[in-house]
Write a protein that binds this ligand. Sequence first.
Ligand code: NAG
Ligand code: NAG
Ligand code: NAG
Length: 474
Amino acid sequence: MGVTVKILVCVLAIGGGLVYKNVSQLWADLPVPQLDPQEWWGDAEQPKDYAAYLANNSEVINNKLSYPEKTIDDLKSRLNRTLRLTSPLEGVAFEYGFNTDYLKEVVEYWRDDYLPRWREREVFLWQFNHFTTDIQGLRMHFLHLMVYDDNKVGKKHYPVLLLHGWPGSVREFYDLIHLLHQSNLDKNNKYIFDVVVPSLPGYGWSEGTSRKGLGSAQIAVIMKNLMQRLGYDKFFIQGGDWGSVIGSNIATLYPNNVLGYHSNLCNNISPKSLIKGFVAGFWPSLFAPSGSEDFFFPKSNELKYLLEETGYFHIQATKPDTIGATLADNPVGLAAYILEKFSTWTNPSYRSLPDGGLTKRYKMDALLDNVMIYYLTNSITTSQRLYAEQYAQAQRELQMERVPTPVPTGCARFKHDIMQFLDFQLQDKFTNLVHSTYHKNGGHFAAMEVPNVLYKDFIEFVKTVERKFKIKSL
Ligand SMILES: *[C@@H]1O[C@H](CO)[C@@H](O)[C@H](O)[C@H]1NC(C)=O
Ligand SMILES: *[C@@H]1O[C@H](CO)[C@@H](O)[C@H](O)[C@H]1NC(C)=O
Ligand SMILES: *[C@@H]1O[C@H](CO)[C@@H](O)[C@H](O)[C@H]1NC(C)=O
């Protein structure tokens, strides 16, 4: 062997060693980070005497929200302006974004059919008790349903926290709330739940912060404090989208407070998991349960989908206030921006339908309820800032994805959701992944689209947790 080759081999060996060292560092699990349990997110200075602040401000107030006629009339007249929209290209449905021909129809329906019935929609939206309370300086809004004694007889009774995401709201859960809370309608059903459904900070009626740094880990702290404020020390969690990330963070930071974590968007974006997913792509049949390969493969489709569908994400993670300024005070644009996601994330094939398939799986009233929540609370900008906070350095440095949690975990996968992870990617983070299912029918907004399926899946998960772990009914 010549000297050059020897040197080359040495360099390669050292290089290989260093890369291995680096990779194995990235491989390692991390300990649970300590977050300030009382971090202050309010406008004013944090009160010096926090105990006194709590004593004065932990009241939970029943809030019946209502909007004056003036606000609704103003929206009607905004929707009655001549729309200066650009026609879609020939033969284009939703491939370039929300189809403007169909947008005109949505606006017309909104103005002439939905809004004249707004008082009725209010009755529908306020059918559950809405509350607010102060957590760490922010006015948090939530629905809270408690089970009273008579209804508990002969039932297993647990608390569950339902967490929504973007561009959703508490409205996504209305059907699921009925199923969880009124399970006494079905005599054979052994389960009944106290249900807590918060609006995330900066979403809907929950106040947004005026400080930087409120990412998904810090929101997990707020949510855990909210549950304890309501008297729930141990509870189940269900969530998709941001609700999934926040729920995972609660399970990671406070494993002792979580009976079980169930998600319809389980994910693990640790370097190890991503490499595993890449490797699995070469031998799909080894890694995906038979019959469910098409949830994961081929990977090339996934990459194409990511490139085509994640522009919003980059914008919101980098310039949330600019896109926020174009949407706030612009109900037509807001509806297009929000509802485009309800089309494509429900089923990517709906991009080729002139109406985005929006009413195939949802009632237009339900979709508009959700848009109204963003419009009336003017929360689109604050909701989008969550993307920026999540990808800010401070949040990334927590590396929550590399901190495992022993909390019993259940993953319900829906075929048309925006991303999918294999069990063997998830198990690094969720060491007690006890429930893993595949649903061919359904997409990203499962709670709203297929509430019965999600409900049954969740109940199966609860049964498994009961069987494998000792948990106490309320
Ligand atoms: C290993 O990681 C360090 C930073 O953590 C980096 O500076 C270095 O270039 C990496 N080395 C290799 C061989 O990848
Ligand atoms: C609590 O309320 C009392 C009476 O309203 C007030 O005097 C006191 O300053 C409040 N304390 C704090 C910490 O807000
Ligand atoms: C919309 O404008 C037209 C014409 O100006 C008017 O006749 C109609 O009443 C308006 N509708 C609403 C809902 O404001």
